[in-house]
Structures are given as C-alpha cells and as structure tokens.
Design a protein around this ligand. Sequence first.
Ligand code: FES
Length: 168
Amino acid sequence: MKYFFLNGFYLFQKMFMLDLKSSSADGSSSSEILEEPSIVAFCCMYCAYAAADMAGSMRLSYPTNVKIVLVPCTGRVDELHILRAFEKGADGVYVAGCEEGSCHFESGNLRAKRRVARLKLLLQEIGLEPERVEMFHISASQGGLFAKVARKMTEKIGRLGVLRWNKV
Ligand code: FES
C-alpha cells in the first residue's frame, strides 16, 4: 500500500511541474482574490453530504465552486484520490467526515485525518501550501457548519491563489 502511494506520488511529481508562483504572487496583494478557486470536497454520505443537503434545505448559500464527491466513508479516501483531484485542476481539496467517535466504520474518519496530515507534509515537500488540503468533521445536522466550511475554504484558497500547472 505504501509503495503504491509513493509510486503514485512519484508519478504525480514527474507528470506535472508546479509553477510555484500562484496568482497571488504576481505582485498583487495577498488578501486579494483574483480568480475563483476550484475546490473538491470529499464528503461522507452519513454526515457531511447530509449536512450539504441540510444547508440546501435551509437555503444557506455556499460557493458553487465547491464540487462535492460523495463517498461511503472518508476512510475510503486515499491520498491518490486527493492528488488526482489536484491533477485534474483543483486548487484546494478537503475531506469532510463524521465527528470523531461517530464514524459508521469505526475509524474511517481517523484514518482520513492521518492521510490528510501526511499529504500536508507531501504538499510542502513539492512547494505547495499545506493549507490547500484540510480535514473537517461535520455531523449530518450541521448544515450551517457545512456552508461555513465551504465559504472559509473558498476564501482561504482564493487568497493562496489558483494553481498553475505546466505539463512537462
Ligand atoms: Fe462518516 Fe466514516 S462513516 S466518516
């Protein structure tokens, strides 16, 4: 498993060369959002996805640039899934799972949390801001929190700037 991940990460590094200058480094103010970032949210069907539904039924708005990927449990979200999201054009990715102690598969959310922590280190190694990947715990009844997290991530990634990929 570790070999598979490292091999995938190696390929990821080889296939793409990062332009370390994000749009915010083009001389503009760091708080200025120049371009709408693309964000992928891996949401557990038992909690965060239901919270997104609730946010909708409560008529709480959240940014449309957040693309939700439904997963049966965040424990199924592998590092490669997240890297693939970046490869496909995401500027930020977050994983939203059940609250600690509430995962329907016991420890899936804790595994996801550890994977996200590892990925932060890897992003840093290749010159990307580790804040581009995050883990959140959102229960099914927290529609408001879901909308808030989506807005906060959009603001934060917008400040970091969209990624520019140069294919080798
Ligand atoms: Fe929700 Fe595992 S079932 S994170």
